[in-house]
Write a protein that binds this ligand. Structure first.
Ligand SMILES: Nc1ncnc2c1ncn2[C@@H]1O[C@H](COP(=O)(O)OP(=O)(O)OP(=O)(O)O)[C@@H](O)[C@H]1O
Length: 325
């Protein structure tokens, strides 16, 4: 049983506020994704979680097998750092053996784990090659093996999909899904929204160190797209005015003569909307438009940037007015 709770975490590097009052909780057996554009603060958060740096303010609590801990015990987690960390001038076998021994594995445990993982990730024939002789993707796979070798309870992976081709991305996705099914908790950062949509139980979207949204995919979708658009096809043409006259309809865009997109008025249910629409004409089709995580993410980051620059302008104006007075 593992639970990580982060409360109001802050971290600055000289003038840059990398993480600004961010709180979240990771539960045992979850896949928890940290999302955000470059510089959002994902790696800074990860480095604090693994104890490489400390928050300037806020608290990280770890509950592991009934004990309250301030840092994660080394044997219980595997960490894939952003700047990676294996020896380039050593072979795959030497690197992985070194990591396995550091994690307290016996020679026979190491031997069977090496065989299993290198076979699984198609690296068995590269065991005696130096790391710097491998392609970027294969190096990434060795890095990943170094994290899972000792069967940790928790995996913390900073961009595990970067540098991998689509086939290997799928491969890693299915490995992470299997590890989750066997009880491993996974915290990862990533830019591949289509993969995260399929993989993550919980996600945290950051921008410029600030929390933009968090929760399951469904929760994040409602937070980022509260309007909820529906697509409706009628068996005959209905005027936009007639649709906008319905109390359950907030906004309406025409797509084709008989097809429109509309949003639900707050306070009305989907069945009330359906009832009112059917009162106008027979419906040929009705469906919720579910934007992809990729679309939601782009819009959310754009809106957050706009809000930040508007509040900056407002502060500058206030200061200028204060100076003038
Ligand atoms: N060691 C450091 N010294 C100074 N500034 C830093 C340091 N580490 C991070 N930063 C700054 O903190 C901010 C957050 O960086 P961080 O690496 O956490 O973002 P990220 O979301 O992981 O980005 P990316 O997706 O590009 O890896 C950035 O503005 C970055 O320049």
């Amino acid at each position: 049983m593992l639970r990580i709770s982060a409360y109001q975490i802050e971290k600055s590097y000289s003038t840059v506020k990398a993480v600004n009052r961010v709180s979240f909780e990771v539960q045992s057996g979850q896949i928890f994704a940290l999302l955000g554009p470059n510089g959002a603060g994902k790696s800074s958060l990860i480095r604090m979680l693994v104890g490489l740096t400390r928050p300037d303010a806020g608290k990280i609590n770890i509950e592991f097998k009934g004990e309250q801990l301030s840092t994660l015990p080394k044997r219980c987690y595997g960490y894939l750092p952003e700047d990676r960390g294996l020896y380039q001038d050593r072979t795959v076998r030497q690197n992985l053996t070194y990591i396995g021994k550091l994690r307290g594995m016996t020679a026979s445990e190491l031997d069977s784990a090496l065989r299993l993982w290198c076979d699984r990730l198609d690296l068995s024939e590269k065991m005696e090659d130096n790391l710097n002789k491998l392609s970027k993707g294969n190096q990434q796979k060795v890095q990943l093996i170094s994290c899972v070798l000792h069967q940790p309870d928790l995996l913390i992976l900073d961009e595990p999909f970067s540098g991998l081709d689509p086939v290997n991305q799928e491969h890693v996705l299915s490995i992470l899904t299997e590890l989750k099914q066997s009880g491993t908790t996974v915290i990862l950062s990533a830019h591949q929204m289509a993969l995260i949509e399929r993989l993550a139980d919980q996600m945290l979207l950051l921008n410029k160190g600030e929390l933009v949204a968090q929760g399951s995919l469904a929760e994040v979708s409602v937070q980022l797209d509260p309007k909820q658009w529906y697509e409706v096809s009628f068996t005959q043409q209905i005027s936009t005015e007639a649709l906008q006259g319905l109390t359950a309809v907030a906004e309406c865009n025409r797509l084709e003569a008989t097809k429109v997109q509309l949003t639900l008025n707050p306070g009305y249910s989907v069945s009330q909307l359906l009832q009112q629409l059917s009162g106008l004409a027979d419906l040929a089709d009705f469906s919720r438009i579910q934007p992809s995580l990729h679309q939601l993410y782009l819009t959310a980051v754009q809106n957050h940037n706009q809000q930040q620059s508007l509040s900056k302008q407002a502060r500058q104006q206030q200061n200028a007015e204060g100076d003038a007075a």
